[in-house]
Each structure stands twice: as structure tokens, then as C-alpha cells.
Write a protein that binds this ligand. Structure first.
Ligand code: NDP
Length: 627
């Protein structure tokens, strides 16, 4: 259904102005530098609180064909797909005490995934695992990671509790030397870097942050010894504690209801509110699952991601808050599409006659510009309408009008990670819970006993940082290790002025190294889908190399240059939208396209996957130098 400006229940111009004002007051010149790196005196924020017993073993100085760094879904999928391809000589190195990655670290109360489990859990048809609910929780996701590791016999290939410190290319040996915190020096022909895009916790660089004498931790290292309870809640030790949470992103939205239910007093420090839509979780119907036909999962996740990129599909298989948002957005412009075709028709029918053609072309270009404006406007109106509903929900659920107003997000829905939750907003009706709305500014100071904002000190026993993870910083800083390639060139040096890769996976000067992740590659809401595509791509290349007896793979300079140009070109498609968004890690903290090559593939994941499939089907590994 199209949205007509005349029938709107809101003033779009007033909203556009409000969005701009809200954005402008949040953009900071220091961008990513506003955050404190968790090193030195802050290093305790990243210690592993979950290891029961420290593993003891001798250093390894052996050799394997492939080292995979990271035992999250990326490492698991890489291992699984290599096994399927008949490549078994690999080792997965993981700093945590088990597989799981994100799900190993993020065990905070309420942690769960709001991407439907039937699309989020990869390899379901292989493992025959049946998730208990449409939206799974963190314990079940961690269990599923172990299930994949068991199913594909990956524990035998794992080096757990082992942190990579460096990978160095030895040109004479034609091998990578992988060094770890356990004095290992493992030789590997190939190295896969799958260290996670949201791996490194970040802290706000607030004055006095290290002065606090109470208890403190980051949500990705939850201290259950202090709070009591577990990932399902029941934080009984907090009954006599005053707790502060800093941040109101997707993580805070999930843990705040549990903190509100347990703490004597809870202060939620908000800089920007999240959009909170309906979640509506449901148990899995095993009969429905059993009735699915082979290939159902690939169809389902493709269907989901297609809707998310505005493609027309026959049916919305997932049918939830994500797909509804996109259907509303793109449905509103679809009935304008025939006129686009009509315009094209004019230009083509005019081709036979030069004068008619010129007239047709002129008309086409004018109309095309008008149509573009029309579509952009229609998208904006549909977004306003959706966000008005999200704001109305806050107003109807939260009793105190001032708090309700502060919880209303004023930006377009996909400027930040949308959240889906049914208990977050009601938590602010509890008498022990206070929202401290910093209105885009952030807190002023942390003292020995509490947090200062706007001249008021909030005395607390515990500060929990729900402040997210580093995204736009140097690759080796986020990975936690340096990569030194041919001729002593480090990855930090190579990418100092911007990313440069071939397909996001290879980078010249670093032979036999493979990179997983969304940089210069696909960005999907279902991140495991991208990782699975990465893994299939990796398995294809390594199988081909093996079949041809190749020992060395490196992107050609020309292929890499061309890919960087493609990324820059496609980045223009999303730049206008991104630059109007409130800052966050989605838009490089508001500093859009400073390095246009530091983007994901702007054509969207479905187009990217199709491109990679076509490249693989040619079978000639074009763009890679093999020897
Ligand atoms: P985010 O980066 O999304 O959120 C960090 C929060 O900290 C923001 O609210 C930010 O405010 C706030 N913040 C930063 N600095 C300050 C400051 N100085 N003062 C006050 N507040 C500050 O991290 P999350 O851990 O919440 O989420 C990271 C990602 O993990 C999500 O985007 C999502 O991809 C994934 N995730 C998914 C979940 C799901 O499936 N439901 C659940 C949890 C995480 P501001 O917005 O103003 O920058």
C-alpha cells in the first residue's frame, strides 16, 4: 500500500528536522577515538571469567596445512566445510575455553538472538538439531556450537585457551608461523582469520573511569560470581546492590529487564535510545520442522535476506518484525515501479528515430530524476510511519511521560540495530529503575563511588559497561595480533589508509591468508549466513589449489585494485542514507565514507553471494595468482 503525504498522521518535515537535530548533536569530531582500548590497566575487562580450569600443555612447534584463527561460527563453519571438501589437516585456535565465539563470551542475562533460529543456526539440515524456539537464547546457541563441533569432529582439531599473538609469513619456507601466548610456533601453509567483527569490547574514555572503587565489568564478560544467577536471570546477589548500566544498545535491552528485576536500584545511562519493536517468541513445532523438504534452510535464509534487500519474493517465510519492516518500506514504493518500466520503454521505443529518441531520452532522464526523488521520499515516509509506531509503543507502555519521551528513538529504523523485546520498556515502570537520559551527550565523569551527569552524582556499587565492541579501529588492534606478510609488511601498514582486498578475503602481500568478515564483503542481518558463504568459498579455493598442486595463492594487484573500485563505487548507493543517520558503528560514528573503501559490498548480500557463486563456477580462480 502506498503512503500518501496528504493522509499522514504526522508532519514529515517536522520529523525530518527533528531527526537532523538529534543526529547533529551526537556526531563528535573524535569518532572512534572517543573509546578507550581495553589494554594495560583496563586489560582485566577482557579476562575470561568462564574457564573452570586452566589447560596445561607443552608448546607446539609442528606443522599443519591450515590454521583457522577463531572458534566461533566462522571457525566452526570453516572446519565443517573443509571436512566436507576432504581437507582434514587443519587446526582451529581459540582463546576461549570452548567453541562459540560471540556466544562463548556473551552470556549476560537475557542474551539471545532475535534473528530467527531456523535461519541463524547454520547446518541445521546436517545436524538435524531442532531449536526449541523461534528466537533462541544464548545457552542453546552455545550448545549448538558444541553440537556442530561434535558432529564434524572438530574438538580433535582444536587448540582451546590459546591466544594467537602473531602470524608471520616466512618466504623461504612458504609457510605462516603462528605464535601464541603458550609459546607455540605452528607452521601452516594457509591461515584463515576468522576473529569476529564484534570481538573486542570497548569502553567509553570517560574522565575518571579507572577511579571507581566498586565492582565493574563489561557485558561480554558477565560476572555471575558477583550478580548471582545465570543467562536466564535470577540475579539474586543484587538484592542489596545499586547498579548502573552504561549504554542502551541491543545488549543492554536484553540484560536491563533482569537487572531491573533483581537490583535494589538500577540506573540506566542512555545516550541514544534503541528502537524497541515487538518480539513475540514462539516454541518450535517439531512437526513443522520434520515436514520441511531438503534444501529448506537455504531457501529460508535466502528468502529472509532477499526481503531485507528489498527484493520481491512470492512469500515471506520468516514473517517477523524484521521482514515486516522491510515489506512496509519497499511495499510502499512497489506500486510506483511500473512507471519506471514505462519510462524505460519510452527511451527504447524512441531508438528508431533520432529526434524521437532524443526527446524520449530527455523525458526519460527528467522523469527518472523525479521518480528517484519520489521513491526516496516514499521510503522516508514509510520509515517515519514505522518509527511512529515504535515511538507510540514506548508512550503506551512506559507510565512516566518524561521517561517515555526519552525512550523514543528519532532516527530511521535501520540507522542502528533494531531491537525486538517485550520486557525492556515495562522495566522502566519499576520503582527501583531510573533512566538517566543524557540526551546524546554521554556521562560526564566517573568517581570513586559513582557516576556524575549534569551535576548529579549517582552513587552505585557496580557499573556494567554495555558499550559494545570496536568496529572501525585498526584490524590488528581488534584481532589482538599482528599479521606480517611478504617483505615484512604488516596488515596495519597495508590497511593504514584504507582497506584493500580481493573479494574481502585476500589481500596482496599476504599469500595464503584468508579473511572472514563483512569488510569489502557481504553484510547480512544473519551473520552466520555470510560466514557459511565465506567457508564454502574457502573450501572451493583450497580444493582447487589441492587439485592443481598449488602451494601458494595470492591476489593479483589488478584484481585487488578493481575490487576496491567496485566497493567504492557501490558504497555511493548507501552513503546518502548513512550520512543522515545518528552515529554508531553502522556508519563509522557518523563519519561516512572518509575511506569509501572501508565499506561492505553496497549491492547487498544476495548480489554478492551470486557474484561469488558465478566466480566459483568459472573454475579458473580468476584474480588469484597460483604457484
Ligand atoms: P552497541 O555498540 O550497539 O551499543 C553501545 C551502547 O553504548 C550504545 O547505546 C551507545 O550509545 C552507548 N555508549 C557508548 N558510549 C557511551 C557513553 N560515553 N555514555 C553513554 N552511553 C554510551 O553495543 P551492543 O553490545 O549493545 O550491541 C552490539 C551488537 O551486537 C548489536 O548491534 C548487534 O549486532 C549484536 N547484538 C545482537 C543482539 C540480538 O540479536 N538481539 C543482542 C545483543 C547484541 P550511542 O548509541 O549513543 O552510541
Amino acid at each position: 500500500m502506498s503512503i500518501q503525504a496528504e493522509t499522514l498522521s504526522f508532519d514529515p518535515d517536522a520529523l525530518a528536522l527533528k531527526y537532523r537535530q538529534e543526529r547533529d548533536k551526537r556526531v563528535r569530531p573524535d569518532g572512534n577515538n572517543q573509546y578507550q582500548e581495553v589494554v594495560g590497566e583496563f586489560a582485566y575487562f577482557v579476562e575470561d571469567p568462564y574457564i573452570k580450569e586452566t589447560l596445561k600443555r607443552d608448546p607446539l612447534v609442528d606443522e599443519v596445512e591450515v590454521v583457522i584463527i577463531g572458534g566461533g561460527f566462522g571457525g566452526l563453519l570453516a572446519g565443517a566445510r573443509l571436512r566436507e571438501a576432504g581437507i582434514h589437516d587443519f587446526r582451529i585456535i581459540e582463546k576461549g575455553g570452548d567453541f562459540g565465539g560471540t556466544w562463548y563470551w556473551n552470556r549476560y542475562p537475557g542474551a539471545s538472538c532475535d534473528i530467527e533460529s531456523y535461519v541463524y543456526f547454520p547446518l541445521l539440515e546436517k545436524t538435524q538439531f531442532v531449536p526449541k524456539q523461534k528466537y533462541t537464547n544464548a545457552p542453546e546457541t552455545l550448545e549448538y556450537c558444541r553440537e556442530i563441533a561434535t558432529h564434524y569432529e572438530l574438538y580433535g582439531n582444536a587448540l582451546l585457551q590459546t591466544e594467537v599473538r602473531a602470524t608471520d609469513w616466512d618466504e623461504d619456507l612458504g609457510r605462516w608461523i603462528v605464535s601464541t601466548n603458550r609459546q607455540d610456533a605452528i607452521k601452516a601453509r594457509f591461515v584463515v582469520h576468522s576473529n569476529g567483527p564484534l570481538n573486542r569490547p570497548k569502553l567509553p574514555a570517560i574522565k575518571g573511569i579507572n577511579d571507581f572503587k566498586g565492582h565493574t565489568f563489561h557485558t561480554s564478560r558477565w560476572d555471575y560470581d558477583y550478580t548471582g544467577g545465570n543467562a536466564l536471570g535470577n540475579l539474586s546477589n543484587l538484592a542489596d546492590k545499586r547498579v548502573a548500566v552504561i549504554g542502551t544498545g541491543a545488549t543492554a535491552v536484553q540484560c536491563v529487564p533482569h537487572l531491573g528485576a533483581a537490583a535494589k536500584a538500577l540506573y540506566v545511562f542512555q545516550r541514544t535510545p534503541s528502537s524497541i519493536d515487538v518480539r513475540n517468541n514462539q516454541p518450535t513445532d517439531p512437526a513443522w520442522m520434520a515436514a520441511q523438504k531438503p534444501g529448506w534452510q537455504e531457501d529460508r535464509r535466502r528468502n529472509f535476506e532477499s526481503i531485507m534487500t528489498g527484493a520481491v519474493v512470492k512469500e515471506d517465510l520468516v514473517s517477523d518484525g524484521w521482514t515486516e519492516a522491510f515489506r512496509l518500506l519497499f511495499g510502499s514504493i512497489r506500486d510506483k515501479a511500473p512507471s519506471k518500466l514505462r519510462l524505460l520503454g519510452w527511451a527504447i521505443t524512441g531508438l528508431a528515430d533520432k529526434k524521437r529518441y532524443e526527446l524520449g531520452l530527455k523525458e526519460y532522464l527528467t522523469q527518472k530524476a523525479a521518480l528517484h526523488m519520489d521513491l526516496t521520499r516514499a521510503l522516508e515516509l514509510a520509515d517515519f510511519e514505522k518509527m511512529e509506531k515504535v515511538r507510540a509503543r514506548a508512550a503506551s507502555v512506559v507510565e512516566d511521560p518524561e521517561t517515555a519521551e526519552a525512550l523514543k528513538p528519532y532516527y530511521r529504523q535501520f540507522c542502528k540495530r533494531p531491537c525486538f523485546h517485550d520486557e525492556y520498556l515495562p522495566t522502566f515502570n519499576r520503582p527501583n529503575v531510573t533512566l538517566v537520559n543524557t540526551d546524546g551527550r554521554g556521562l560526564d565523569q566517573i568517581t570513586e563511588t559513582g557516576i556524575v551527569f549534569d551535576g548529579v552524582t549517582y552513587e552505585v556499587d557496580c557499573i556494567i559497561f554495555a558499550t559494545g565492541f570496536e568496529v572501525g579501529t585498526d584490524y590488528s588492534r581488534r584481532a589482538g595480533y599482528q599479521i606480517t606478510g611478504r617483505d615484512g609488511l604488516t596488515i596495519s601498514e597495508k590497511w593504514a589508509k584504507g582497506l584493500s582486498t580481493f573479494h574481502g578475503m585476500h589481500t596482496r602481500g599476504f599469500p595464503n591468508a584468508f579473511f572472514f568478515g563483512p569488510a569489502q564483503s557481504a553484510f547480512t542481518a544473519t551473520y552466520t549466513y555470510s560466514l557459511d558463504e565465506n567457508s564454502l568459498h574457502l573450501a572451493h579455493i583450497l580444493s582447487q589449489a589441492k587439485a592443481r598442486g598449488c602451494e601458494r595463492i595470492e591476489a593479483s594487484a589488478a584484481a585487488e585494485e578493481q575490487w576496491v573500485q567496485t566497493i567504492i563505487e557501490k558504497a555511493r548507493l548507501t552513503a546518502e542514507f548513512q550520512s543522515q543517520c545518528t552515529p554508531g558503528y553502522y556508519n563509522n560514528e557518523g563519519h561516512v565514507n572518509v575511506n569509501p573503501q572501508n565499506n561492505t559490498y553496497g549491492g547487498g548480500p544476495i548480489e554478492f553471494f551470486a557474484l561469488m557463486k558465478k566466480w566459483r563456477s568459472k573454475g579458473d580462480l580468476q584474480g588469484l595468482e597460483l604457484s
